[in-house]
Structure formats: C-alpha cells, structure tokens
Design a binder for this molecule. Structure first.
Ligand SMILES: [Zn+2]
Length: 252
C-alpha cells in the first residue's frame, strides 16, 4: 500500500508546472490504486471462498484410521442417536441412461458425518464409468424430494445399522440392503476393513456392492488367484486370492 501511494508523487507531475493539474493527477492515480486494491481484495476473497467449497466438496473428512482397524474389522463405540441428517443438495447424473434410480442419503448425526459430503462421494461413485451406470442401462440421481426417492442410502452407527438391517444380522460390523434401504455401517465408511488400504476405493466398493444387491444381484467368488475381486464378492471379509476391486465393470 505505502509503495503504491508513493508512486504518483515520484512520477512526472513535478515537471508539469501546474500545481492544480498535478494534484488532480495525484488524486486520479490514488483513486485508481484504491479501486485496484479493492478489486484484488474482492478477487482473493472469492478465490478463498471457492477453494473452501472445493475442499469441502472433495470428501467427508478422512479420519485417521487406528492401527487396530488395519488389523481387524474394527467396531467403534459410536452411539446410536436415531436422528438422521438428509442430503440438502441434488446432483444430476453425469452418465445418461434410459432408466434413472433416484435416491437420498441419510446420515445418523451421532456419526459426525456430513450428509451432503457423503452424498457427493456416493454420487461420484455412481458417476464413474466403471460403476453400474457405465453399462448404459440405468443411472443414479441424488434428489431432495423423499417422494421421488426409490432408494435411501444410510450411513448409520453400528447399533442403528443392526436395527436397519433386521432381520439380517450384521453384528455391529457389516452393511446390508433391505428393500429400498441400503444401510452402511459408519465404522466401515470411516475405517474400512483390513482387506483394503484405500478408503476412497473402499467407500466406492461399499456403495457398488450394496446397490448391486438393490439391483437384484447375489454374491460371487474370486474367479482365480490374482484377479480383481468381483464387486459382488464379500470383499470386506476376505479376498480369496483376488485383489481389491471397487467396480462392477472390469477392464480387460
Ligand atoms: Zn453382499
């Protein structure tokens, strides 16, 4: 600022001979600098705002994964609250298809997760060409109107997941699909299982696997040693010689 304010005084108006003209120029230059500084400030504020949005949109905060969760399927003491936050954003599908599955995301508030952040990750999985929409038959759209949603994807505490999954027993560890409900255990969403080492990939696996059940598919097994695990294999439990794979469509 101070260097900018000095600049007019050190310029050519000293040789101008007309003190009034010099003063007018000085004020003009001063005004230009003030406008420039204000514009730069506004730009930086906007930029900071958009950066914050981008960071916020990228993913739910990645928790540090405790060492024990790297070695065994870990159950935290996250309590049930029974109160759910629903996505407030709508996201159109990136991949067009004749059939659209509309869904909502609900996150139990005691998990500390943000429903919109979870929803963005879920939609990013649906929008991946390696996912179910990549077959070109159906695509997935995040909606805010519960009347439109034919599928609800929950991320819930272990005790609540047990309730949502009844009559199936998920032992405070696993996930399920019951009717139009997919229930993901918040411990799996946050801490994955030792069969994976990439949390983002594991989250995509969870979504693709449970939604595969919603689409009517059952379980499959590892076809051969070293092959990518089929997405409908229970990869949270074991890989059976396969490598972790989050996607229905395999490149080959
Ligand atoms: Zn399954």
């Amino acid at each position: 600022m101070s260097t900018g304010a000095k600049r007019p005084g050190s310029g050519n108006e000293a040789v101008d001979g007309d003190p009034a003209a010099g003063s007018r120029r000085w004020w003009f230059a001063f005004a230009v600098i003030v406008v420039a500084v204000l514009a730069a400030g506004a730009f930086m504020l906007l930029r900071a705002g958009s950066l914050t949005r981008v960071v916020g949109a990228a993913s739910t905060p990645t928790p540090s994964i405790p060492e024990i969760a790297r070695q065994q399927v870990w159950t935290s003491d996250t309590p049930a609250s029974g109160t759910f936050l629903t996505n407030t954003i709508a996201l159109p599908p990136a991949i067009p298809a004749p059939k659209v599955v509309r869904y909502q995301v609900k996150v139990e508030d005691s998990t500390g997760l943000d429903a919109d952040a979870v929803a963005r990750e879920v939609q990013a999985t649906f929008d991946d060409p390696r996912g179910w929409a990549g077959y070109g038959k159906r695509t997935f759209e995040l909606v805010t109107d519960p009347e439109q949603a034919g599928l609800v994807i929950f991320v819930a505490s272990p005790p609540t997941t047990n309730e949502l999954c009844k009559p199936a027993k998920v032992e405070s560890k696993w996930n399920c699909r019951v009717g139009r409900t997919v229930a993901l255990n918040s411990d799996r969403w946050q801490y994955m299982t030792p069969t994976y080492d990439d949390l983002g990939a594991y989250r995509s696996y969870l979504v693709n696997h449970e939604v595969g059940h919603f689409l009517g598919l059952g379980h499959s097994t590892c076809p051969r040693e070293g092959a990518p695990a089929p997405v409908m294999m229970q990869q949270s439990i074991k890989l059976g010689g396969c490598t972790p794979n989050a996607w229905p469509k395999l490149a080959d």
